[in-house]
Write a protein that binds this ligand. Structure first.
Ligand code: SF4
Length: 341
């Protein structure tokens, strides 16, 4: 099996008790089935405490938050009582894996570190060099690959190449990504995925036409985000101030890395539904939103909040993909207007 991770992955270490925004705060902790069964079978006072904390709803077991919005097993020293008393292997799967997002594509496994975690966010923003995603090979057997996997891997590699071509202005690269992805989407729609590698190898930067006049993605984009599920009051406050936000405050190399972070995680997901263009719109919308939010908050905080609110909520992700298909103010034209092509 081939493993692919961002180049800073190996430097990640959980800050544990020193974390300023612990993942044990603000989220209900979902407890996977085998771990919940183990907790229910555990004798003694700790077993009683686990059973009391364990709730079930919508077919899931979870720990409800305390009145102070903390996991009930998050102790005042910032450490996890289950981790300390039973060992890390006895914490729920979501606790063991956070902030890693793991995607299996048959013979390829990709792992990223969600920038909702302050340490993962710090590592992403700690360098100005183009973000890379090295490969390693293991002896593990993967599942048979989807026929779209290799063509879409070629599309993503070309997308990263366009994004990281620093001989062009970053917004011009964003616009080219939209044009390139639109061409790739047409081939997918024609059921000609086998022609995608050719598209990638013969692609040349096109002349981009000037779009009709319009406001672009913002401020409407803030209203779209305000209509999604909101987890924290800090995000709600930011959304209310969205109209004050302006672009241009983030150094281009960092905004490029942020776009590469989203591109790595999301573009290949088109393998599931064929919506390549919607994924690219999501990637660019995310980078452009974070860029504007960074005029109101420090960049790491703007990125962390966006990722916490959007990337951990499947309903929010689906709602945004739907909005790119259905809302004319989030159309490709609006992107071009925002990018001032
Ligand atoms: S948010 Fe990140 S650094 Fe903080 S406790 Fe969770 S995994 Fe560790």
């Amino acid at each position: 099996m081939v493993l692919r991770k961002p180049d800073y992955f190996g430097h990640f270490h959980c800050l544990a008790g020193a974390c300023p925004h612990s993942c044990c705060e603000g989220w209900e902790v979902v407890v996977d089935g085998p771990t919940a069964d183990y907790y229910r079978s555990l004798p003694g006072p700790l077993g009683d405490r686990l059973r009391t904390a364990l709730q079930t709803g919508d077919g899931e077991d979870y720990f409800a938050l305390t009145d102070t919005l903390r996991c009930p097993f998050w102790d005042t020293d910032g450490l996890c009582a289950i981790h300390r008393l039973l060992g890390p292997e006895c914490t729920s799967e979501v606790c063991r894996s956070h902030p890693r997002f793991i995607e299996d594509y048959g013979s390829v496994r990709e792992t990223s570190l969600c920038a909702s975690c302050p340490e993962a966010c710090r590592l992403l923003l700690a360098s100005s060099t183009p973000l890379t995603f090295p490969l390693t090979q293991t002896d593990e057997e993967g599942e048979p690959a989807d026929p779209w996997l290799l063509p879409l891997l070629a599309v993503r590699a070309k997308s990263l190449e366009i994004l990281e071509d620093r001989s062009c202005r970053l917004y011009s690269r964003f616009a080219e990504l939209l044009v390139f992805t639109n061409a790739a989407q047409s081939l997918l729609d024609e059921e000609a995925a086998d022609r995608l590698p050719d598209l990638c190898s013969t692609w040349t930067t096109p002349a981009v036409c000037t779009p009709p006049a319009g406001d672009g993605l913002f401020p409407h984009g803030w209203e779209v985000l305000s209509g999604l599920e909101i987890l924290g009051s800090d995000w709600r406050t930011l959304l209310l101030r969205g109209k004050e936000a302006v672009p241009g405050t983030v150094p281009a190399p960092l905004l490029e890395r942020i776009a590469a972070y989203f591109l790595f995680r999301y573009e290949l997901k088109a393998i599931n539904d064929g919506d390549l263009l919607g994924r690219m719109q999501f990637v660019l919308f995310s980078a452009l939103t974070v860029e504007r939010a960074a005029s109101l908050l420090p960049l790491p905080e703007a990125l962390r909040l966006y990722c916490r609110e959007i990337e951990h909520d499947a309903e929010n992700l689906d709602a945004l993909l739907w909005a790119f298909r259905s809302d004319p103010v989030l159309s490709a034209f609006s992107f071009f207007q925002t990018l001032e092509i």
